[in-house]
Design a protein. Structure first.
Length: 140
């Protein structure tokens, strides 16, 4: 009969070989990725592979603190992926024209510009009706 320890050692060795191959393929994708999103996705995959390495080492050594390190690395890797995705969205695509209608949300500067344009038009309309008086009733 095969001892459970030898099965665990064989499974850990097999997992390390598979993780090593996937690590090399993912590094190749980081270097040769045709687009920036491909590179970001492969960096996220590298974090997952590193977590796998840490988990296998934790099983081999029996030192459970490695699992906490792997969880921390997973959280940091997730935050890095979100930051990269936000960077890609903010940067846009090279050669892409901005939208014709502008941003969805107006900034404070755009709100004040629109308000400044509306007031003189309303004042000139009121001024022409009241015989040329400006705001406040004074004449030019």
């Amino acid at each position: 009969m095969i001892a459970p320890e030898s099965i665990i050692q064989a499974a850990c060795n097999f997992a390390l070989v598979i993780l090593g191959i996937s690590f090399l393929l993912t590094v190749y994708r980081v270097v040769k990725g045709p687009t920036l999103p491909d590179r970001v996705l492969s960096l996220d995959m590298l974090v997952g592979i590193a977590i796998g390495f840490i988990a296998v080492i934790a099983i081999r050594t029996g030192y459970t603190l490695y699992i906490d390190i792997a969880i921390s690395l997973g959280l940091v890797g997730f935050l890095a992926t979100v930051a990269f995705a936000r960077f890609i969205l903010a940067r846009g695509v090279v050669g892409e024209k901005p939208l014709e209608d502008g941003p969805v949300l107006r900034t404070d500067k755009q709100k004040t510009k629109g308000a400044k344009k509306a007031k003189p038009a309303a004042a000139s309309a009121a001024g022409s009706k009241s015989g040329g008086a400006t705001r406040g009733g004074a004449r030019k």
